[in-house]
Design a protein around this ligand. Sequence first.
Ligand code: BDP
Length: 711
Amino acid sequence: ETGLDGWLRYAALPDEFVSLRPRYSTIIPLADNQNSPIFTAARELQLGLSKILGQNISLETKLLGSAANSSIIVGTVKTFLSTNQDIHGALSLKEDGYCLVCKDGRAAEIIGQNDRGALYGAFEFLRLLSQNQPLPEMRISNPSAPIRWVNQWDNLDGSIERGYAGPSIFFAGGYVLDDLARVQQYARLLASVGLNGLIVNNVNSNYNLLNPTNMQGLARIADIMRPWGVRIGISLYFDTPKDLGGLQTSDPLDRDVIAWWEGITSELYRHVPDMLGYLIKANSEGQPGPLTYGRTLADGANLFARALRPHGDGVVVYRAFVYNHHLDESDWKNDRANAAVEYFDGLDTQFEDNVIVQIKYGPIDFQIREPPSPLLAHLRKTPIILELQVTQEYLGQQDHVVYLPPLWKTIFNFDLLVDGQQSLVRDIVSGQRFNWSRSGYAAVVNVGNDPSWLGSHLAMANLYAYGLCTWDPQQSEVDIIQGWAQLTFGLNKTVVDTITNISMASWSTYEDYSGNLGIQTLCDIVTHCHYGPSPAAQDGNGWGQWTRADAHSIGMDRTTATGTGNAGQYPQMVADRFECIDTTPDELLLWFHHVPYTHRLKSGKTVIQHFYDAHYAGALVAQTFPQQWETLRGLIDDDRFHHIAFRLQYQAGHALVWRDSINNFYYAKCGVKDEHNRVGNHAWRIEAEDMILQGYKVVSVTPFEAASGGK
Ligand code: BDP
């Protein structure tokens, strides 16, 4: 198995289960257009039923009289009503929702609020069959939020920024690919978990995206994804009027610039009539933007918002990821975590009503542990998109297994207590807290053309889970991984339990050996690879990802009393909690406070002993992953068994590298001994310099902690 079908393998159910299922006679799509997701739903049902139950069922495109009592009818509320079918409770559906009715377990009706909803209902029906679950007499299901998108950071040359699974499935050599077969398969995966939008290109965009050939290419991408209910949008490069249009400026208030964007936007809509809109990264990490021309961020966003206005429901998604990446560390008050609120302060009422602000979940950048971005509590009028990452940029880049929903839940379930009232992040994002009609989620996914999509089969659980979490952020993360494991590897209990155990342990394990107590992922940020351990790189850089570690103490003082004031950006009750060491949870202690290494945590351990212990504990758990996996030999296909075994073995080794690197570094820095005398002993490690090696020589390594004995 290559992994190409992801969780949509539709493995045949064992005979004893098949015999208990009804025989369906026909599948009837109530749609007048072959490109409609309703038709896609019907064809998918046909495929799924033939593979799961071995039933070859015909499609009837016309409903003749009343349908046979063993048929599956799929349509929308509208098409059900127009053919005089009962719509049960479907009138109460929200956008994209569906109602699934399985009569006496024999016939089924799948009624979408719209055609996407019909497709989502069909996928749910197939999911239940694949998992051998009972079919519901009636189930109404609605998504938590209307925006459930993915972002791809694909470049026109075919590379993918922070992609770990081969080149792009969208672009190569400057243009949209001719063969978009993988794009269609991707749309299928996205639709199957309720995802309805995709931004196709990197936020660090390129003006050549808008040349005539690529516009036609974008039309082809949109055409291929449309039957799956996935609409596309694009990331824009702010200086395109200058660099592609030949104008003197890209000033957002300049008449010619405004007219230029209006023209391009009209042209784009001619190619992609249902385009979602634009994603804008501006004045961030070297990108030009409105500030370059002395204008406000709102001026920049509104330029695009007005250009989109005449073309339907297009939106500008303006990223809040605006900060100075040449930050001066010598100023104790400087703090990148403050940037989003500082830059967006006062703009809430300044945006056009088709502007949405996209905010990364934490104030810095997809770290292993962050509090929610304080900006989530500042925008009342302007709706938001919460930005997550499925691609594991700072989290082991798919070479380490890190199942992400437990991390996401710390954000979704966080109560920001805006105005002293309950304000869970998930309720802000859904639009419920501030009465927004268009808000939701985006995740940077970065699939590539490797058949496994993400470079690792286990990592696909995160894409699946992302879809399910955007549909219902309260769904249990254990249920999600179990369901995914069943669909991806079969119903064997040992298989499902083992994958669940490894996955559920994985996030805390990675946190244990990478960066503890809110110190961030201590990976290499200087060479920008964001991969293995590099604790020394955390300070002395302009990127503002600092630990402020010295010989005695560590952590960012983000209090208002003595630090950067970041704690004070949160609503009062949350600010008070983070301002004070006693009420800051241990896991965020070093995010908000600068303390001696000997400071005692609520757990009773000192900070430095916690570091040592956590690194040993995490590395130890990582050693168990390959052993646990070994029990699945023969229970799943060999291809995927070996692929994953290899990665888990690698992770177990790399966890030791992490453990020793971080522990050596901090021991050298503070000189406080490990109570258990392990640091420096490098248990379970084979030292290269102790081996007899041919063709190698022993050298000293810089930084010293990168090799266990400095060699
Ligand atoms: C950082 C990535 C960088 C992205 C940037 C962004 O390292 O490659 O361009 O975020 O989100 O995490 O714009």
